[in-house]
Design a protein around this ligand. Structure first.
Ligand code: NAG
Ligand code: NAG
Ligand code: NAG
Ligand code: NAG
Length: 582
């Protein structure tokens, strides 16, 4: 008899428990510029579900480009989609929205944004379902605000930026004069409070478009396969910043396209005022590596690039034979950090292949390969999406924890699976996965990118398109793997998911609670979910397509000749507009 009762109870219970799981947010297939290409997150806004792609990376409010921004002229933001405030359900907050926090390190002009609240619907990876984050804290951009570049020219925004949460907070409270204070939601806090996720947290690796590697954006957990080596553990949030200790250049494998195998001391080179490192913000809303001019110049001195002083950016000299060698070979720009928890430096390597990005209109009239070091004299230093192609970041926003993490992210040759680990409500540490960084880039780098120096003809005839046939004997023995093998800051063992399951599953009281929770869950699910797929464990219920673009045979050498990004836009939900041809 008891058994008869127990069995359906257990079924209810497992459903309810499985509900509080990491949630993976879907990325757009479309890519965005004009400084990328980058992928963005699949978002819908407001009661009309306006399709608005957004980069992940803000802390506190989300930055949203409003229809009005695009009212009077050709507008680059319409590719990602804009939001219609007039159908908004909740409305304004009578407090200025600022502008500087939209994209850190850039000179933004045109006046404050408008604080507002409306729903943000996050598309879950795997297709059919979305979660609606009610009354989200927004700042609307609707007044022709612009990015001003060093040459004096100003350019439109293209894509808004989604909040990853707020330090020590589940929501953002605004005290207004003569009005009741309002609470505006932040996505991960809302997801926890509404029992979608186990914690107020996120874990992210944005991936890259070239070479193609899908992004990984989780609330309430992280994909451990995206975390390699030592983990930096820092108080506050990524936009508060961290101390960058040095920048270097490394040849990871094969022949060097430089006249050295590795070089350090680049950060402070030529600038005696940089003595104890440099505070840099990590910002997914910003595109570049915004650094002192002296640092950018010291990096650039090793590269075939020309400084464009109107944009404060470096354009690759695509005619130089070194250009192709450097961006195709196993070379990386390295960033060394120290944090609260680390006495040893932690190095994050960004392969030069990821630093062959493309400027598009309106910044330039024809697509132009560029190196994303950016100097603009503002005195705020930021590592943006160019850096985040190779860095995992995450945070636990719980007020007693208030910690964020950063670690090396892998290249695209990792196994095509995810290893999702929930972040517990009060977890202060996360653990690295088992991937080896160098192996994760195998097959992506071209071992023949740097011509052998044995034949001087090769050297002199660098523009020749013919490659010598691969000959293994000529390749120097593999250098020792980079030091990505340090121990992480916590020991593995029983997975956190398993511990949570055992803890929560104990006792009949929990069974009874389960019944109540089930009805609460049904109620809430009916409210919050537009459509649902199924309710089983997270790994099954969210059939993501990890690394959908993964191609083990990929070799940059054997790519078909590639067209520059098309002028017309494909037919995705975010493509309701044709950019004016430049
Ligand atoms: C959203 O905010 C409005 C206005 O402050 C409030 O009336 C409403 O209850 C809020 N909705 C939720 C789900 O919090
Ligand atoms: C040298 O570094 C400081 C920051 O410590 C910066 O303000 C200054 O602009 C740098 N000088 C140059 C020439 O880049
Ligand atoms: C550099 O980027 C351009 C796109 O801007 C691409 O066409 C080219 O193949 C890349 N070069 C290498 C060597 O990867
Ligand atoms: C050729 O390469 C080898 C090792 O890669 C190096 O020892 C030698 O100095 C190089 N010779 C020239 C002329 O650059």
């Amino acid at each position: 008899m008891f058994w008869l009762l127990l069995s359906p109870l257990l079924a209810f219970l497992s459903t309810v428990l499985a509900e509080q799981a990491p949630r993976q947010i879907a990325w757009t297939d479309d890519t965005f510029g004009p400084d990328g290409p980058w992928r963005a997150l699949n978002i819908e806004m407001g009661p009309d579900n306006d399709g608005v792609a957004m980069y992940p990376g803000s802390v506190w409010e989300s930055w949203v480009i409003e229809d009005k921004y695009c009212e009077s002229e050709a507008c680059y933001a319409t590719k990602a989609g804009t939001y219609n405030k007039s159908s908004g359900s909740t409305g304004g907050i009578a407090i200025g929205g600022g502008l500087d926090n939209y994209m850190l390190g850039l000179n933004l002009e045109g006046g404050q944004g408008t604080r507002y609240m409306d729903d943000i619907s996050l598309a879950l990876s795997g297709g059919s379902s979305t979660i609606r984050v009610k009354n989200s804290s927004l700042v609307l951009l609707e007044r022709q605000q612009r990015i001003k570049y060093p040459g004096g020219q100003s350019f439109q925004f293209s894509v808004g930026c989604l909040s990853m949460g707020g330090s020590g907070a589940v929501n953002q409270t605004f005290e207004q004069e003569n009005k009741l204070p309002v609470n505006a939601s932040l996505p991960p806090g809302w997801l926890l409070e509404n029992k979608w996720t186990p914690s107020n947290s996120f874990g992210m690796h944005i991936g890259s478009v070239q070479p193609a590697m899908s992004g990984s954006m989780w609330f309430g957990g992280y994909d451990q396969n995206r975390v390699i080596g030592e983990i930096l553990n820092t108080n506050g949030n990524p936009r508060d910043g961290i101390t960058l200790w040095d920048i270097g250049i490394e040849v990871i494998d094969g022949r060097s396209p430089f006249d050295f195998k590795s070089k350090e001391g680049i950060l402070a080179s030529g600038n005696s005022s940089i003595v104890n490192g440099l505070k840099v913000a990590i910002d997914g809303c910003s595109p570049y590596l915004t650094l002192p001019k002296s640092t950018c110049d010291s990096i650039a001195a090793n590269l075939p690039v020309n400084f464009d002083d109107n944009l404060g950016l470096y354009l690759w000299d695509t005619k130089s034979k070194d250009y192709k060698s450097i961006v195709s070979s196993a070379t990386a720009l390295t960033f060394s950090f120290i944090s609260d928890s680390n006495t040893d430096l932690v190095k994050i390597r960004v392969p030069f292949m990821h630093l062959n990005l493309t400027l598009e209109s309106p910044l330039v009239s024809t697509p132009t390969p560029y190196f994303p070091c950016h100097a603009n004299g503002k005195g705020v230093y930021v590592l943006g999406r160019a850096f985040l192609q190779d860095a995992f970041i995450g945070a636990n926003w719980h007020k007693d924890i208030n910690t964020w993490w950063m670690a090396q992210a892998p290249g695209r040759s990792i196994q095509a699976t995810t290893n999702v680990v929930p972040i517990g409500e009060k977890d202060k540490i996360i653990n690295k996965g088992g991937n080896d960084w160098k192996a994760s880039w195998k097959g992506v780098w071209d071992p023949e990118a740097v011509p052998s120096n044995t034949s001087s003809d090769d050297k002199d005839n660098g523009s020749s398109k013919e490659k010598p046939p691969p000959s293994q004997e000529e390749i120097p023995p593999t250098s020792p793997p980079p030091d990505v093998s340090g121990t992480s800051e916590g020991k593995g063992g029983l997975s956190r998911g398993a511990i949570a399951g055992i803890g929560a599953g104990a006792g009949v009281a929990v069974l009874l609670l389960g019944i109540g929770a089930f009805f609460f869950w049904r109620h809430r699910r009916g409210q919050a979910m537009k459509s649902h797929s199924d309710q089983s464990a997270p790994t099954e219920s969210l059939p993501h397509k990890p690394y959908s673009t993964y191609d083990p045979t990929f070799n940059p050498n054997h790519l078909p000749p590639q067209e520059m990004p098309a002028k017309g836009i494909s037919s995705s939900p975010y493509s309701r507009y044709e950019l004016p041809s430049a």
